[in-house]
Design a protein around this ligand. Structure first.
Ligand code: NAD
Length: 354
């Protein structure tokens, strides 16, 4: 990261606060939205129906077929329906899977998205989209898919199960850690990433101990939003490439892979990133040199998965996973080979403290 840099601010609005879901009509008016296509995962269908009740006349469809990693056939049928009903806006309710489906539609139909995220995946703050076919998740980036408005109402997250909470919070934390050294990092993106780390580390243990603590949920949601901005303003690196391969090719739950991989991907690059690790240790509140271990401790304290074995991967898959991942990684602070990645994955498979 040099002292000469460009930071591009994107056109988007982030709305924080308990009860802000009731201001939805205001944001629909701002976008002049008259035909709204709602995308919600099935678990959120009744809640989102209540949320859109005051603007029911503008709702043209509530789509509840949402699946992890946006399968190609799902994206195709949702696009067809959007065309059929003549929607002018997409409203998403749920986690990264709902947002992901909306992004796949926005890419082809150029419709604005309003997101009401209910997990900590952070997809609503990125221009990254992904669609899965043939066991491979094809990702890309386009400003067309960045939600114009994101409404963060922590009350909607109080029922988020502990396993999803911990796992998607680790997904967010991974965006922050990765963002410190990813291509595109600069002092502004790093300040955002480190604030994200602080917010997540401070709030996650409280949320896991007291899931209905709305203040802790608000702080965690704030950290997750910053994490999403970090990911969107920088780029994905080795960590996310490995997780995408594990999710896309071996059908593991994407969010679960982050808590397992993050300590080991951090350890892998630590020696090549002395300045970033010094910043990270401060944000994590750990001794210099123990950043990867501190991330593993947080995972253990939060009760999230810490080994690939736990997630159901077979040791016989590690070589293929490393070979697939090495083809996806274009740049990394330390040189990467399939053998080195296999060793990283073996550590993650065993799940010990790095
Ligand atoms: P998810 O959207 O699949 O949701 C996980 C589970 O949580 C679902 O069963 C859902 O019904 C449930 N859920 C969500 N909100 C709830 C709530 N408030 N209360 C109760 N249950 C609730 O999981 P995720 O971790 O948010 O997203 C994962 C997906 O997002 C992956 O496909 C990943 O690749 C993608 N992602 C994309 C980006 C990007 O920038 N494009 C960033 C992060 C993640």
């Amino acid at each position: 990261m040099s002292s000469s840099f460009v930071y591009t601010q994107r056109e988007r609005k982030l709305v924080f606060g308990v009860g802000t879901r009731h201001d939805l009509v205001q944001y629909l008016n701002e976008l002049e939205s008259q035909k709204v296509f709602v995308i919600s995962d099935p678990n959120g269908a009744s809640v989102v129906t209540d949320i859109v009740a005051p603007c029911a006349a503008r709702i043209v469809h509530i789509w509840t077929d949402v699946r992890q990693h946006v399968p190609e056939d799902l994206a195709a049928s949702a696009r067809e329906e959007v065309t059929r009903v003549g929607a002018d806006t997409l409203l998403t309710f749920g986690g990264g899977s709902s947002t992901g489906l909306a992004k796949a539609i926005a890419l082809s139909h150029e419709l604005p998205i309003i997101a009401i995220p209910t997990t900590y995946a952070g997809s609503e703050q990125t221009t990254i989209y992904g669609v899965t076919g043939n066991r491979h998740k094809q990702t890309g980036s386009s400003p067309k898919v960045l939600p114009r408005v994101s409404i963060y109402d922590a009350e909607l997250t109080l029922e988020l199960p502990k396993n999803v909470t911990g796992a998607s919070a680790f997904n967010a934390l991974a965006h922050c850690v990765n963002g410190l050294s990813a291509k595109g990092a600069n002092p502004v993106t790093s300040a955002i990433a480190l604030e994200g780390v602080r917010a997540i580390v401070e709030s996650l243990p409280s949320v896991m101990a007291h899931p209905r603590d709305v203040s802790a949920r608000e702080r965690l949601q704030y950290g997750a939003a910053l994490a999403g901005i970090t990911l969107g303003d920088t780029s994905t690196g080795l960590h996310h490439k490995i997780c995408h391969v594990l999710g896309g090719a071996f059908n593991l739950t994407h969010a679960d892979t982050h808590s397992v991989i993050l300590p080991h991907s951090t350890a892998f690059n630590a020696d090549a990133l002395p300045r970033e690790m010094a910043q990270l240790s401060e944000a994590l509140g750990c001794s210099r040199g123990d950043e990867a271990g501190a991330l593993w401790d947080l995972a253990k304290r939060s009760g999230v998965p810490t080994s690939l074995k736990q997630l159901g991967l077979e040791s016989s898959n590690l070589k293929e996973a490393a070979e697939r991942a090495v083809n996806e990684i274009s740049s990394n602070p330390r040189s990467v080979t399939a053998e080195l990645l296999e060793a990283l994955l073996q550590s993650a498979f065993a799940g010990g403290r790095p």
